[in-house]
Ligand binder design. Sequence first.
Ligand code: GDP
Ligand code: ZN
Length: 354
Amino acid sequence: MSLLSQYGWNSHFEQHYTSFLNQGLEAGRVTAINAFNHTIISDNGSSTAMLAGALMNSKETWELPKVGDWVVFKPYDDQSIIIDVLPRQNAISRKLPGKSSQQQVIAANIDAALIIQGLDRDFNLQRLQRYLQQVYQCGIQPVIILNKQDLVDAPEAYRQQVLALGYNCPVLLTSALNHEQLGDWTSQYLQPGKTFALLGSSGVGKSTLFNALSGLAIQKEGSVSTFNNKGQHTTTARHLTMLPNGSMLIDSPGMREFGLTIDADEGVSFHHPQIEALSAKCRFRDCTHQQEPGCAVIDAVEEGTLPMTVYRNYLKLIREQYHYQASAMEKKRMEQQFGKLSRQINALRRKRKY
Ligand code: GDP
Ligand code: ZN
């Protein structure tokens, strides 16, 4: 099997690549980005590349290559040049608050997101649902991993709490420190040729898991840190690593600060398999399932076919979203007012010449 297909190359990318074939360009996958240097894996192995100026000038930031992207590049001995990015099948992204067209892409072409929570202090159903919402919004399937099961007496009880949320996705218990047990679920869920992204708050055990699975003792401190122009400390290392079993794992520092971002211009959205299925039967298409007549969700709760816990969680999350949305709108209104005010002041200054 060619290196490309081992890394997940498929007919979608093949098809978009054909127009570049006669230009002497190669195809490859971005496995790491450090400042301007992109590490690319292609049929000729690993190489480093920079972006073509024309590409930088013609694309928005979110369109530029990210870890997981397939790119076409002109190979050179020391530094290849990336000419274009092949259309993504999906991406883990978050909207940048306030700017509806702007989004931050964290990783591209993902088969499933591994959402990690630790059973020590991190376990939090509300936060878990925020991750789920974001992942579903990107059209990506989640796998929930409850890590640090060695630290609690009855880990299965936590798993049951998650199952009670009613998302039809796998919920696994594990301990990143117990390497023997890791093999049990990884062989089932991390299939060769597929790409998985690790998501979760700081301290849940992503690095430990990443290192255990990759069989490498990469130290967390080994990632490259820089100071950005605001003097804040940022980690810039992002990696796609092939695991010994042929599946790929993306760990990205950007994923640590992942959470619900709501845009003022955007409606409240909620992704839940059971509620989505029911809402097709609500009388109103924009039903919020709170007090509307003919609401199939409320009916299902009353009939007992939709668990009360699922519905309560829905209400909590939807209210949280309204709250965020309201404050985003308020901020936008203030900015508009401020803009108006400063324009008036400037006009006044010009008139009075001070
Ligand atoms: P990250 O911030 O998500 O990358 O978390 P780390 O991988 O750095 O882990 C945070 C801490 O939790 C470290 O001290 C790990 O040794 C510890 N840890 C990670 N996984 C487990 C686990 O399964 N059990 C226990 N007891 N500790 C763990
Ligand atoms: Zn409804």
